[in-house]
Design a protein around this ligand. Structure first.
Ligand code: UD1
Length: 420
């Protein structure tokens, strides 16, 4: 199994290009199930999760072809020949459940493995199922599978989400685009990735109003057609490399990053002492002086994202003063804490909050990555630490960060991947 070795203490300097957003690419690929025509996606990141989604779509009969040599363009198309999403694929990636709405809308049936828990919590799919039931689907849960059926077509409904869910909003938005009549989604998530999905659906012929707001109104249409769509830059990759520039005391230009997608992340990083300046083609990120402790609470967009919590905590671990990091989205998302503490961080978890007492320096150590964002938090700590850090289990990293060691090494970090 690959590992990453980092020798800390080198301020980063240079340019990092931000790739297409993983969390936009996955639902956009699922949207390929909504039409027989060709959907061409550009700015597709090269990640393990994209390969998993490609394998899932292939299983449904959709041909997924890279149409450029560097494989940043994906072309999807073909008729659905199989409506089962098997356990072997779904267990690798929970976002596989995003095929449920499109399959039901297109074919009237779907058999999708229940995703089950994951390292960061139980993560149920009840909101997806309840919404689709309101649109006329019936579900039977047996043998670890969701068996879904629709008599005829899905119909429009008024759905009020009791809590904000990115995945449920996306599943229902896709299903409603091909349903009979009007659907209103209230208390919808409004992450930039949902806006990107909606923009692509509109390009495919969907009728959606309220894009970017908490309330989406969708007038279902009889069929959707092919489209070309460029995926937005990854705001979490952006925030992660902004933390890398800051924790190393360096200055990095994040090419293609978008300030308007960062929500509370920009304000919080600035409060912590990170200078962020927008330029026409990206963001300049610098740390000139010390970092300060800032309290932060994760919230749905535009609040501070749970997907930035672990990385921000690494920054807080080497800041002046103390900070309280509160996780409100997932119940078990502090597994990076014991690993950071092994590197000399002083972090105490009390329920849903972690109290971080800043320390002037960390020391390198062998550590274990537990999930995608936790992996990056350990790399950040390694950049700041004295001596050598080895991050084990980097397959988590490869799910969501493209060429992380190359991007950081090009800016002067002493980092390499050790294969095998
Ligand atoms: C998406 C992101 C993930 C991010 C998360 C929150 C993708 C592929 N993944 O995940 O990176 O961390 O948003 O920003 O885009 N919930 C329920 N019932 C449901 C659905 C969700 O109780 O049916 C709960 C979850 O357990 C969690 C909360 O709602 O506590 C938010 O989850 P949700 O927004 O659905 O996250 P995902 O779409 O799975």
């Amino acid at each position: 199994m690959d590992r990453i070795r980092i020798r800390g203490g080198h301020p980063l300097s240079g340019t990092i290009t931000i790739g297409g957003a993983k969390n936009a690419a996955l639902p956009l690929m699922a949207a390929g199930l909504l039409t027989d025509e060709r959907l061409v996606l550009t700015n597709v990141p090269r990640l393990a999760d994209i390969q998993t989604m490609s394998a899932l779509l292939a299983q449904h009969g959709i041909a997924v072809e890279p149409v450029t040599a560097d494989k940043r363009v994906l072309s999807l198309g073909g008729a659905i020949s199989n409506t089962e999403a098997p356990y072997d694929i779904v267990r690798k990636m929970r976002a596989s459940v995003l095929v449920l709405g499109p399959l039901l809308a297109r074919t009237g049936e779907a058999r999708v493995s229940l995703p089950g828990g994951c390292a960061i919590g139980t993560r149920p799919v009840d909101l997806h199922l309840k919404g689709l039931e309101q649109m006329g689907a019936r579900f039977n849960l047996a043998n670890g599978y969701i068996d879904g059926r629709v008599d005829g077509r899905l119909h429009g409904a008024t759905i009020v989400f009791p809590s904000v869910s990115v995945g449920a909003t996306e599943n229902l938005l896709m299903a409603a685009s091909l349903a009979d009549g009007r659907t209103v989604l209230t208390n919808a998530a409004r992450e930039p990735e949902i806006g990107d999905l909606a923009a692509c659906l509109v390009a495919m012929g969907a009728r959606i109003e309220g894009i970017g707001s908490h309330s989406l109104t969708i007038e279902g249409v009889g069929r959707l057609h092919g489209a070309d769509h460029a995926i937005i830059p990854d705001r979490i990759e952006t925030g992660s490399y902004a933390c890398a520039a800051a924790i190393s005391g360096g200055s990095v230009f994040l090419r293609d990053a978008r300030l308007d997608h960062l929500g509370a992340t920009v304000r919080i990083l600035r409060e912590a002492g990170v200078e962020i300046t927008a330029r026409p083609d990206g963001l300049m990120v610098k740390r000139l002086n010390g970092l300060h402790g800032v309290d932060v609470m994760t919230e749905p967009y535009p609040g501070f994202p749970t997907d930035m919590q672990a990385q921000f905590m690494a920054l807080m671990a080497v800041s002046d003063g103390a900070s309280m990091v509160t996780e409100t989205i997932f119940e078990n998302r502090f597994m990076h804490v014991p690993e950071l503490n092994r590197m000399g961080a002083r972090i105490n978890v009390q329920g849903a909050s972690a109290i971080v007492r800043g320390t002037p320096s960390l020391s390198g150590a062998p550590v274990m990555a537990t999930d995608l964002r936790a992996s990056l938090s350990l790399i950040l700590a390694g950049l700041a630490a004295r001596g050598e850090t080895i991050v084990n289990r980097v397959y988590h990293l490869d799910r969501g960060y493209e060429s992380v060691e190359q991007k950081l090494a090009a800016c002067g970090a002493d980092i390499e991947r050790i294969s095998g």
